[in-house]
Design a protein around this ligand. Structure first.
Ligand code: C2G
Length: 129
Protein backbone atom coordinates (compact mmCIF):
# COMPACT_ATOMS: atom_id res chain seq x y z
CA UNK A 1 0.00 0.00 0.00
CA UNK A 2 0.99 3.53 -0.70
CA UNK A 3 1.48 6.09 2.08
CA UNK A 4 1.50 9.84 1.52
CA UNK A 5 3.06 12.17 4.12
CA UNK A 6 2.67 15.90 4.60
CA UNK A 7 3.28 18.57 7.25
CA UNK A 8 1.69 21.78 8.43
CA UNK A 9 0.30 23.97 11.16
CA UNK A 10 -3.36 23.67 10.06
CA UNK A 11 -4.50 26.53 12.29
CA UNK A 12 -8.17 27.61 11.89
CA UNK A 13 -8.77 24.54 9.71
CA UNK A 14 -10.24 25.72 6.41
CA UNK A 15 -11.07 24.54 2.86
CA UNK A 16 -7.57 25.32 1.66
CA UNK A 17 -6.30 22.66 4.04
CA UNK A 18 -9.18 20.29 3.25
CA UNK A 19 -8.67 20.54 -0.53
CA UNK A 20 -4.96 19.83 -0.16
CA UNK A 21 -5.55 16.84 2.14
CA UNK A 22 -8.23 15.51 -0.24
CA UNK A 23 -5.83 15.65 -3.20
CA UNK A 24 -3.08 14.04 -1.13
CA UNK A 25 -5.40 11.24 0.02
CA UNK A 26 -6.17 10.51 -3.65
CA UNK A 27 -2.44 10.01 -4.38
CA UNK A 28 -2.26 6.88 -2.22
CA UNK A 29 -4.23 4.74 0.19
CA UNK A 30 -2.99 6.19 3.46
CA UNK A 31 -2.31 9.82 4.44
CA UNK A 32 -0.26 10.72 7.52
CA UNK A 33 0.17 14.29 8.70
CA UNK A 34 2.93 15.91 10.76
CA UNK A 35 1.18 18.67 12.71
CA UNK A 36 3.43 21.47 13.94
CA UNK A 37 3.62 21.64 17.73
CA UNK A 38 3.11 24.98 19.51
CA UNK A 39 6.84 25.12 20.28
CA UNK A 40 7.79 24.46 16.63
CA UNK A 41 5.39 27.16 15.48
CA UNK A 42 7.28 29.59 17.73
CA UNK A 43 10.45 28.45 15.98
CA UNK A 44 8.72 29.03 12.63
CA UNK A 45 7.72 32.48 13.88
CA UNK A 46 4.09 31.51 13.35
CA UNK A 47 1.48 32.67 15.92
CA UNK A 48 -1.47 30.26 16.12
CA UNK A 49 -4.99 30.64 17.52
CA UNK A 50 -5.62 26.96 18.13
CA UNK A 51 -3.42 24.77 20.34
CA UNK A 52 -1.62 21.71 19.01
CA UNK A 53 -4.21 19.46 20.72
CA UNK A 54 -7.09 21.26 18.96
CA UNK A 55 -5.34 21.34 15.58
CA UNK A 56 -4.53 17.64 15.90
CA UNK A 57 -8.15 16.82 16.84
CA UNK A 58 -9.46 18.70 13.78
CA UNK A 59 -7.03 16.87 11.48
CA UNK A 60 -7.99 13.50 12.99
CA UNK A 61 -11.66 14.35 12.35
CA UNK A 62 -10.89 14.94 8.67
CA UNK A 63 -12.02 12.02 6.50
CA UNK A 64 -8.88 12.25 4.35
CA UNK A 65 -6.40 11.86 7.23
CA UNK A 66 -5.39 8.46 8.62
CA UNK A 67 -3.04 9.58 11.38
CA UNK A 68 -1.46 12.67 12.88
CA UNK A 69 1.93 12.93 14.59
CA UNK A 70 3.77 15.93 16.09
CA UNK A 71 6.18 17.96 13.99
CA UNK A 72 8.58 19.55 16.46
CA UNK A 73 11.59 20.44 14.28
CA UNK A 74 12.81 20.92 10.70
CA UNK A 75 15.05 17.84 10.79
CA UNK A 76 12.58 15.00 11.48
CA UNK A 77 11.07 14.54 8.00
CA UNK A 78 13.59 11.98 6.79
CA UNK A 79 13.13 9.70 9.81
CA UNK A 80 9.32 10.18 9.63
CA UNK A 81 9.27 9.14 5.97
CA UNK A 82 11.27 6.01 6.79
CA UNK A 83 9.17 5.17 9.90
CA UNK A 84 5.88 5.65 8.02
CA UNK A 85 7.33 4.02 4.88
CA UNK A 86 5.88 6.92 2.90
CA UNK A 87 6.15 6.65 -0.89
CA UNK A 88 5.16 10.27 -1.44
CA UNK A 89 6.11 13.48 0.40
CA UNK A 90 3.80 16.32 -0.68
CA UNK A 91 3.20 19.96 0.25
CA UNK A 92 1.45 22.99 -1.14
CA UNK A 93 3.56 24.84 -3.74
CA UNK A 94 4.40 27.72 -1.41
CA UNK A 95 7.08 25.21 -0.41
CA UNK A 96 8.10 24.35 -3.98
CA UNK A 97 11.71 23.12 -4.09
CA UNK A 98 12.28 23.43 -0.35
CA UNK A 99 12.21 19.71 0.38
CA UNK A 100 13.77 18.29 -2.80
CA UNK A 101 16.57 16.81 -0.67
CA UNK A 102 14.07 14.10 0.35
CA UNK A 103 13.81 12.87 -3.26
CA UNK A 104 16.24 10.02 -2.57
CA UNK A 105 13.72 8.28 -0.27
CA UNK A 106 10.30 9.45 -1.54
CA UNK A 107 8.58 11.04 -4.49
CA UNK A 108 8.47 14.79 -3.69
CA UNK A 109 5.37 16.62 -4.94
CA UNK A 110 4.21 20.23 -4.59
CA UNK A 111 0.54 20.91 -5.30
CA UNK A 112 -1.09 24.26 -6.11
CA UNK A 113 -2.44 26.09 -3.08
CA UNK A 114 -6.15 26.98 -2.90
CA UNK A 115 -6.49 30.63 -3.78
CA UNK A 116 -8.22 33.32 -1.72
CA UNK A 117 -8.14 31.58 1.62
CA UNK A 118 -5.54 31.39 4.34
CA UNK A 119 -5.38 31.55 8.12
CA UNK A 120 -4.08 35.10 7.80
CA UNK A 121 -7.02 36.18 5.62
CA UNK A 122 -9.46 34.58 8.04
CA UNK A 123 -7.90 36.49 10.94
CA UNK A 124 -8.19 39.74 8.96
CA UNK A 125 -11.82 39.04 8.08
CA UNK A 126 -12.71 38.22 11.68
CA UNK A 127 -10.99 41.32 13.04
CA UNK A 128 -12.82 43.53 10.51
CA UNK A 129 -16.36 42.50 11.53
N1 C2G B 1 -2.43 25.23 1.95
C1 C2G B 1 -3.09 25.23 0.71
N2 C2G B 1 -3.93 26.24 0.42
C2 C2G B 1 -4.15 27.24 1.30
C3 C2G B 1 -3.50 27.24 2.55
C4 C2G B 1 -2.64 26.21 2.86
O1 C2G B 1 -2.90 24.31 -0.11
N3 C2G B 1 -5.01 28.23 0.95
C5 C2G B 1 -1.50 24.13 2.24
C6 C2G B 1 -0.06 24.61 2.45
O2 C2G B 1 0.59 24.77 1.19
C7 C2G B 1 0.52 23.48 3.28
C8 C2G B 1 -0.69 22.98 4.10
O3 C2G B 1 -1.87 23.50 3.45
O4 C2G B 1 1.01 22.42 2.44
C9 C2G B 1 -0.66 23.46 5.53
O5 C2G B 1 -0.55 24.86 5.51
P1 C2G B 1 0.06 25.59 6.82
O6 C2G B 1 -0.71 25.14 8.00
O7 C2G B 1 0.20 27.04 6.52
O8 C2G B 1 1.50 24.90 6.89
P2 C2G B 1 2.91 25.61 7.14
O9 C2G B 1 2.81 26.53 8.30
O10 C2G B 1 3.38 26.10 5.84
O11 C2G B 1 3.80 24.38 7.68
O12 C2G B 1 7.59 21.57 7.78
C10 C2G B 1 6.58 22.14 6.96
C11 C2G B 1 5.75 23.11 7.74
O13 C2G B 1 5.25 22.51 8.92
C12 C2G B 1 4.60 23.60 6.87
Amino acid sequence: NRTVITYGTFDLFHVGHVRLLKRLANLGDRLVVGCSTDQFNELKGKRTIMSYAQRKEMLEACRYVDSVFPESNWEQKREDILREQAAIFAMGDDWAGKFDDLADIAEVIYLPRTQDISTTEIKELVSSV
